[in-house]
Design a protein around this ligand. Sequence first.
Ligand SMILES: Nc1nc2c(c(=O)[nH]1)N[C@H]1C(S)=C(S)[C@@H](COP(=O)(O)OP(=O)(O)OC[C@H]3O[C@@H](n4cnc5c(=O)[nH]c(N)nc54)[C@H](O)[C@@H]3O)O[C@H]1N2
Ligand SMILES: Nc1nc2c(c(=O)[nH]1)N[C@H]1C(S)=C(S)[C@@H](COP(=O)(O)OP(=O)(O)OC[C@H]3O[C@@H](n4cnc5c(=O)[nH]c(N)nc54)[C@H](O)[C@@H]3O)O[C@H]1N2
Ligand code: SF4
Ligand SMILES: [Mo]
Length: 686
Amino acid sequence: MPLDLLPSVCPHDCPSTCALEVERLDHHKIGRVRGAAGQSYTAGVVCSKVARYAERHNHPDRLTQPLLRTGAKGEGRSAFAPISWSEALDRVAEKFLEAERRHGPEAVWPYFYAGTMGLVQRDGIQRLRHTKRYSGQLSTICVMLSDTGWVAGVGEKRGVDAREIAESDLVVVWGGNPVSTQVNVMTHITRARKERGAKLVVVDPYRTPTAQVADIHLMPRPGTDGALACAVMHELFRQGLVDRDYMARYTDCPAELETHVKARSPEWAAAITGVPADEIRAFAELYGRTQRSFIRLGYGFSRSRNGAANMHAVSCLPAITGAWRYKGGGALYSNAGFYGLDKTMIEGLDRRDPKVRILDQSRIGPVLTGDKRDLGEGPPITAMLIQNTNPMVVCPEGLKVRQGFLRDDLFVCVHEQFMTETAAMADIVLPATTFLEHDDIYLAGGHTYLQIARKIVEPLAEAKPNHYVICELAKRVGAEHPGFALSEWELIDQMLKASGKPSADALYAGRWHDCALPFEDAHFLTGFPQPGGRFRFKPDWKGMGPWHQGMPELPDHPQMIEEATAEHPFRLVAAPARTFLNSTFTETPGSRQREQRPTALLHPVDCERLALKEGDRVRLGNRRGSVVVHARPFDGLQPGVVIVEGIWPNGAFEEGQGINALIGADPGPPRGGACFHDTAVWVRAA
Ligand SMILES: Nc1nc2c(c(=O)[nH]1)N[C@H]1C(S)=C(S)[C@@H](COP(=O)(O)OP(=O)(O)OC[C@H]3O[C@@H](n4cnc5c(=O)[nH]c(N)nc54)[C@H](O)[C@@H]3O)O[C@H]1N2
Ligand SMILES: Nc1nc2c(c(=O)[nH]1)N[C@H]1C(S)=C(S)[C@@H](COP(=O)(O)OP(=O)(O)OC[C@H]3O[C@@H](n4cnc5c(=O)[nH]c(N)nc54)[C@H](O)[C@@H]3O)O[C@H]1N2
Ligand code: SF4
Ligand SMILES: [Mo]
């Protein structure tokens, strides 16, 4: 029987940020994890992988002590020997100081992402970076393209409260797969369907689990959503389903847009997207006739070279129909930008020097292999600290990433919960706590709550939180900042006070604090945070980033994708699997059983042409590399499209190199961003 049921918050990189109830079995072990019923967005639901978090938290392979590599890079646990924490930290500090002496502080690259979304444990590494003037990180791997595309029109990273979905008559899930990637969206959609008979439309290049339960599935070729959106706009104008009063008051150039989309008919879009013109017309009519229409925009459709343009094009729709005016109407991409938190102390922002170079996280392969486009005239990277991310698996141009980590003159310290493939390349590996073993605070993209969680079990063996590592290293490398002297709780409390929010204790006592904006503000009826308060059909791409060339003045289909060619006739989408979360949960038996093995979904027509049947080995490749997976004929996609869900470890592939070997690391316009779903490949029986 469980001893206790304790409150927590899911720390994973998922917009749902669920409020949790965790069974505590003893001082270390947990049992079942459930969604908190009292938090109105979580509403008692969590995904299956976190429901069985015990598999991960209590896993026999968790790292338990600091390790020093004594064997070859990449070999795994057997290549490491245990050392003490103080020796490990001394060695890391010594290497950092040595790099600094030889090349200057920019030779050190602290590298992190969102394995935990807790603001203290995730972002504290920035405080070390900024105080030491180590090389900066441009965080492009996930939200750069989508943020850019959304902010281009709307102005800020916020939108309508997702709970309003329950009051919608039409929900459009565009370029996301919430059944797999943020299940709670479905709770609110289900309510709207049950209580109001709402329709669900899904726009996705393949029949995902979300598309499977939709009323209508529009299935464009990957990277063509701008064309689809333009044809919908064309029809809205043609059929008179636009709100001219709304546009006159709240948008920048409706007349220009109307003229512009005249030439972008459903037939024009059908040729680009592969979606039949009649389906586009029918969808436009349904959308235009429904006042309470809610577009839930995902990240997936932004992971293309034209992804920011596509995100912007879709975000124009509610500004044309005026859906923003209505309860249950409008759109949401993310609310992560509206919390107004002052993170100066956590991140050491007061010490940030704008002259220090900033390196693109997604280009870690080129960076570590000495690409001058990244390093400029600056020093090579010779020392790294990595927390909360697994670049050997998750980054583009995987072969270059590996080549970079294999460098003899590169020192790497990885702080991890497991011996990931990145940890296996490190010189020193430090054991990390899980969210159940440390304190933190969380905001969310998918809802409006600030939530706080205290540790509920004791750290496993010698595992330590990220905050500990950062503060101990700071001491040893001579980094001085008041933030290094505060506990996690004090940092949280300081941030909350500086941001005019309730204290840490008060927030904890209430478990969560709803920061939802009033209706008028959330729906931008008080104006968009843009010049003149107007939504921009015509964004300032030039002001948004250096690679703005080719960005369309008005919504369009910019031809900047890695288009299929005679040599590379397939378009690859490397979408997330339902029971992995990025590279996390690839270690849990429940997830491994369900996902089985790396698999390519291919249209039956393509399978026939290539003489492939279920389970056959098939090689996918391009000029960056090639991988072997197993074929599965699937009629829920267009011919010429191939889907490989992941992110599987490299080691799950025959030749030890995973799907990201095929993905490009070139920065998505206009200001960077990884293009995981925009890859041309050839496909052959292997
Ligand atoms: N189970 C699970 N959950 C996750 C994750 C995971 O890996 N697994 N990852 C987490 C993270 S870090 C994030 S950022 C979110 C991402 O969650 P989502 O917003 O769902 O984004 P993606 O998962 O990248 O892709 C979602 C869908 O976009 C589709 N897509 C790809 N290209 C296009 C296109 O050109 N047009 C259109 N219309 N659709 C396209 C894909 O086929 C896929 O079904 O999910 C989080 N949740
Ligand atoms: N092919 C393909 N590649 C992709 C994507 C895709 O859709 N397709 N999606 C991309 C996206 S959107 C993202 S966000 C990235 C994500 O890529 P990653 O950031 O690598 O993703 P995660 O698996 O969420 O987290 C990585 C690690 O953080 C560790 N971790 C968790 N909590 C803590 C902690 O408190 N302390 C420490 N020290 N470590 C911790 C976990 O053990 C895990 O190994 O992947 C990208 N790569
Ligand atoms: S749905 Fe997302 S936030 Fe909720 S428990 Fe699962 S991974 Fe965590
Ligand atoms: Mo992500």
